[in-house]
Ligand binder design. Sequence first.
Ligand code: ADP
Length: 509
Amino acid sequence: MFVDIAERKRAEEALRASEERYRTLVSATTSVVWTTDPAGRFVEPQPGWQAYTGQTWDEYRGLGWQEALHADDRERVLAAWKRAVETGEGYESETRLWHAPSGRYRYVAARAAALRDQAGGIREWIGTFSDIDDRKRAEEQFRLAVEAAPNAMVMIDQDGRILLANRELEALFGYEREEVIGQPVELLVPERSRALHPDQRRGFFADPRARTMGAGRELYGRRKDGRQVPVEIGLNPIVTNEGVLCLASIIDITERKRAEQEFRRYTEELKRSNRELAQFAYVASHDLQEPLRAISGCVQLLQQRYRGKLDQRADELIEHAVSGAVRMQTLINDLLAYSRVDSRARPFERCDLGQPLAQALANLQLAIAESGATVTSDDMPVITGDPVQITQLLQNLIGNAIKFRGDQPPRVHVGVDRKGERVLFYVRDNGIGIEPQYFERIFGVFQRLHTRTHYPGTGIGLAICRKIVERHHGRIWVESAGGKGSTFYFTLQAGSAQDEQPGQYRHGG
Ligand code: ADP
C-alpha cells in the first residue's frame, strides 16, 4: 500500500511538472498555440486564436475557425488539413489569416502534430501558428521586382536548382516558367560548357559576392530550341533563412555584338580606304612631279627660244602653258606637303611649344615686317606631339592671320587655355573675317574664298592644319563675326609622352 501511494505521488508530481513545462513553453513562445479534437474541431476556448483573429468562442468553435481564413486560401488549407486528419501525419501550411488588431489578413505559417493515446489512436491535435507576414511581403516584393526587371533573371540554390524565373527569362530562353522551375540551371547552359558549370557554381558559393560571370570569356545561353545566344551574366548572392542563393541576371548581347562587329568592320574599312587615299595622294603628287618637270622645262625652253619669232598667238599660247605648268607644280607640291603630314610623321615627344612658336615667327619674319604686324602670345605650355608639325600648324595659322588682313595693320595673338589633359590654343586676328557658312569648307583641300589675284595661295594650308591637329587627337575650328577678325581654335594633349608610330608607309621623296 505504502509503496503504491508513493509511486502514484511520484507519477502525479511528474505529470504536474510536465504540464507546467508545457504551459511555460506555450506562454513563452511567440507562436500561437492551439488544440483541436481528432477531427480537427475546436472543442475548448483558444485564447491565442481569439486574440489574433478577434473571433468569439461561439464563432470559432467546432469548424467555425475556417471563417477566419482568406477566402482564396480556404480550399487549399482545408484540403491539407483534411489530409492530415485522415492520415494522422503532421500538418504544415501557409495561409492568410484575419488579424483583428491590424484589421487585415496576414500571412501565418501553421503546423500541427497528432497527440496519440496508448492504443495509437489520435487523442487530439496540438498546433501552432506564427506570423510570417513581414517575411512574406518582402518575398512578394522581391518576386515582383524580379518579375519587373528588364533583364532575364533566375534564382538558383547551391545545388543549382532553379527556384525563380521571370518573364524576360521565358522570352530569352523560350521556356515556360513551369518548365524550368526545379530544374538544374545547366538546362540553360550550352552542352559544351555544362560539365564545367557545377564547379563554377561551387566557386561562386564558396565566395559569394556580386560579380559578372566569365570575366572576359564569351558566354552563351542555350535556348529551348537549341539555339545559342551570346549573353552577359551578373551574379548576386541573396542571403535567406535557407542559406545563400544566387540571383543571376542575364542580358542578351546579340544586338550589341552585331553592332560591335559592324563598327569594327566599318572602322577597318575606313582605315584602309584612308590609307589607300593617303598613299594615292602621295604617289600621285610624287610621281607626277617628274613628267611635269619635263613639260615645264620644255615649254620654258620654247618660250626663251621662240618668243617673238612666231606669231603673237603662239607667244600667248606658250605663255599660258608656262604659267599652267608652274601652277600645277605649286598644286602638286601642296598635295605632297599634305600627304607628308602622314608619311613624314615623327613620333610624339614632350615639347615646350615656345620653340615651335619662335621658329614659326622666324619663318614669317618677312611677312611680319612687310605688313607691320604685331604678334603677341601667352606663355606656351609643354605638350605631347610632333614639334615640326606644330611649327607648321602655327606658321600656317599666323601666316593666314597676316595674309587676310583688312585696312588696319595686323594684330595677332596666340592664346593658351589649359583644360586638364587638353590644352586649347587660339590664333586671333583683326583681319577680314569669315562668313559662318564657310567655317567648315575652308578646312577642305584646295578650298579658298578668294581669287589668287586678291590673296595668293592654293587653299591647302588649313587642310594641312586640320590633318596635323587630328593626328594629335585634337580638334580645330574657327569663330568669326564677319569683318571683326577671326579666331582659329585647336586642341592638343598636355601630359606625358605617349609615343605614336609614324605613318604606316614611307616613300623616298
Ligand atoms: P590659302 O591661305 O592658301 O587660301 P588656307 O587653307 O590657309 O588656304 O585657307 C583657306 C581659306 O580660308 C582662305 O582662302 C581664306 O578665304 C580663309 N581664311 C583662312 N584664314 C583666314 C583668316 N585668318 N582670316 C580670314 N579668312 C581666312
